[in-house]
Design a protein. Structure first.
Ligand code: UT7
Length: 367
């Protein structure tokens, strides 16, 4: 019997601190009017010194698990899609696994920039559909505020911090990812990058002085690329699902720029109202933007069980992709998940494991 990967939980976490366009106009040579008219962004969220990609990813995942009423012990796979991980390694997903106390989960990061959530969702869904796992938590999370140059008005106005998560569970009813398109073109890798800090250009005094640890972007070229591929990828994914655009209730695009979304919508010949847009309040949150927008679409009753939705994105790499998803909703269960308890048990378990490792090390050292 065919298996499907039903989306049974969703959650989001954004920092409390709001940075408005007016605030930015006191930091760089820009205006609220310019930012609003050129990007559609009014404000974005900025992580506090205690918040990181892993902490926001964990909170979004906890919320999603609470919606799904799925216990962390039952998670088989955790994928975090991010371009702003806590560390180059270990994977941010492993930090999330520890904080959730997901003892039976494999965890890894997937980097495909702002398209990453679509790629991760598709891969996790395929793993469930193949029968190799039963459940997965897929997260998009970014702390771009730590990677932008707050003196560069071309980039610092665009980005924000946050995380969004989906829980996927095996189901025999048709639902979840119906089709997906994943594409890349590395010839455009220089258009949007963080040049230093990797093995090609490790951190040095020169790399820091030259500002190579900040996001560098050719905005105009990315804009042209994005407007083109959003239309293409949407058509390809809808056709692959044996549907037409008339069958699609909602389009959730990567939230980068209102003008890119409007251009895509014109190219697709669908009304703008069929598109979820929340970038005015969060800016571009990278891999987190699609799951955050999906959570808000559910809150606003714009996404209901049975709806077919297109998720479509683009980003550094270059990467782009789209997925057609049948929104399904919860699998009834008697389980009761309390995030406070989950946090506490995970913390305790992590502490005991560290202690055990310490004691083992001490015993081995003596023998
Ligand atoms: O997840 C993917 C991430 N990246 C993107 O999605 C970026 C896609 N690109 C864009 O969204 C747009 O290209 C931007 C919003 C980045 C820029 O819009 P644009 O219409 O392409 O503007 P531009 O870069 O061509 O700049 C136009 C003018 C320039 O002045 P001059 O040379 O014409 O005198 C810029 O210096 O606007 C100036 N400018 C600004 N002015 C006020 C650039 N940034 C600002 C600013 N405030 N913040």
């Amino acid at each position: 019997m065919a298996l499907y990967a039903r989306i049974t939980g969703w959650g989001m976490s954004v920092p409390e601190k709001v940075l408005t366009n007016a605030d930015l106009s006191n930091m760089v040579d820009t205006t609220d009017e310019w930012i609003r008219s050129v990007t559609g962004i009014k404000e974005r969220r900025i992580a506090s010194s205690e918040e990181t990609t892993a902490s926001m990813a964990t909170e979004a995942a906890l919320q999603a698990l609470e919606v799904a009423q799925l216990h962390p012990d039952e998670i088989d796979l955790i994928v975090v899609s991010t371009s702003s991980p806590d560390y180059l390694f270990p994977a941010t997903a492993c930090l999330v696994q520890d904080r959730l106390g997901a003892m039976h989960a494999g965890a890894f990061d997937l980097m495909a920039a702002c398209t990453g959530f679509i790629f991760a969702l598709n891969l996790a869904s395929q793993a469930i559909r193949s029968g190799s796992i039963k459940s997965a938590v897929v997260i998009g999370a970014e702390t771009f505020s730590r990677l932008v140059n707050w003196k560069d008005r071309n980039t610092c106005i665009l980005f924000g911090d946050g995380a969004g998560a989906f829980v996927l569970q095996a189901s025999q009813e048709p639902a979840g990812v119906l089709s997906a398109v994943m594409r890349s073109d590395g010839s455009g890798s220089d258009l949007l990058s963080l040049p230093a800090g990797g093995s090609r250009n490790p951190a040095s005094l020169a790399s820091v002085t030259n500002g190579q640890h900040y996001i560098h972007m050719n905005g105009r070229e990315v804009f042209r690329f994005a407007s083109r591929v959003m239309v293409q990828a949407t058509h390809e994914a809808v056709t692959a699902a044996h549907l037409t655009l008339d069958d699609i209730q909602l389009i959730i695009p990567h939230q980068a720029n209102q003008r890119i979304i409007e251009s895509a919508v014109r190219g697709l010949d669908v009304p703008l109202e069929r598109c979820m847009i929340n970038l005015d309040r969060y800016g571009n949150t990278g891999a987190a933007s699609i799951p955050i927008a999906a959570c808000e679409a559910v809150q606003q009753s714009r996404l209901k069980p049975g709806d077919k939705v297109v998720l479509v994105g683009f980003g550094a790499g270059l990467t782009w992709g789209a997925a057609v998803v049948e929104w399904s909703g919860l699998i009834p269960t008697k389980a009761k998940i309390r995030p406070t308890q989950v946090r506490l048990f995970a913390h305790l378990r992590s502490f005991l494991r560290r202690l055990l490792r310490h004691v083992e090390g001490w015993i081995w050292g003596r023998s």
